[in-house]
Ligand binder design. Structure first.
Ligand code: MG
Length: 256
């Protein structure tokens, strides 16, 4: 009998507590569409470039518009000394690389390149150049139209670190476009990556690399090295292979 009374008392207390809890925690207000709509800040207005020519958006830094190399310098010192003609710039293989005078952190880069229709050579010796991000990490430029090479060294690779997801080459004599989205690294005090750099590469509208985590510098011989650095320039490579020289046009960058 005593046990029954105790059980009944416990049930009564539990019911009372439960009722109190319900009173303290009222049913939440029903969600309305406006509750998940944010109106500020509004994105800044950027006037896009021409869709057909991929010209620079209104807030881009134009690095080469076909007229001169005033935004660039030579890796050997002094002015950039490749050949500007007919709205394009062609590598001078007797000169060095060229680098932007300005340094950049994270960015979106557009660059177009073309090898001559009559290009010769095979594998890495055919229209080899490259875009170095922050002067450290090479996105390979190479004529891979019907030209096989080691897969982690083909056009759009982070050189010798990753095989691109596609070969999206246009044939020699036609223009290729790279759109590169790069997130700069953050370093620990000991010089290792706290946040490694990452890159997305699109060639001619085709995704080649999707937020690839860069492992370090892009070495011809040996493994990537992690070298602490801050902002850095864009470097275009003068490769010493004997094939006919590559040309560039319409280069612009947007930092973010
Ligand atoms: Mg190269």
């Amino acid at each position: 009998m005593r046990r029954i009374i105790f059980t009944l008392l416990a049930l009564a207390v539990a019911t009372a507590v439960s009722a109190q809890e319900k009173k303290e925690y009222p049913k939440p207000e029903a969600m309305r569409p406006a509750m998940t709509e944010f109106w500020t800040p509004q994105p800044k207005v950027v006037k896009p470039g021409d869709a057909a020519t991929c010209s620079a958006p209104s807030d881009a830094i134009v690095l080469f518009d076909g007229s001169n190399l005033s935004a660039w310098k030579s890796s050997r010192g002094g002015d950039a000394d490749w050949v500007v003609h007919d709205g394009v710039v062609t590598v001078d293989k007797s000169k060095g690389d060229i680098l932007t005078k300005q340094s950049f952190g994270s960015f979106q880069l557009h660059i177009e390149w073309c090898v001559p229709e009559n290009i010769t050579g095979t594998s890495q010796g055919r229209g080899n150049s490259g875009v170095f991000l922050q002067d450290k990490y090479e996105i390979q430029i190479l004529d891979n139209y019907g030209n096989e090479t080691y897969a982690n060294g083909q056009a759009g690779s982070v050189y010798k670190q990753v095989i691109p997801m596609a070969n999206a080459m246009r044939k020699p004599g036609e223009w290729n476009a790279y759109d590169i989205i790069y997130n700069a690294p953050v370093f620990n005090d000991d010089g290792t990556y706290k946040v490694a750099p990452t890159v997305t590469v699109i060639q001619n509208g085709v995704l080649l690399l999707n937020n690839f985590v860069i492992r370090g510098t892009t070495e011809y011989i040996g493994h990537p090295r992690v070298v602490p650095h801050g902002d850095g320039p864009i470097r275009l490579q003068m490769h010493g292979d004997p094939s006919e020289p590559i040309s560039f046009r319409n280069i612009w960058i947007r930092e973010f």
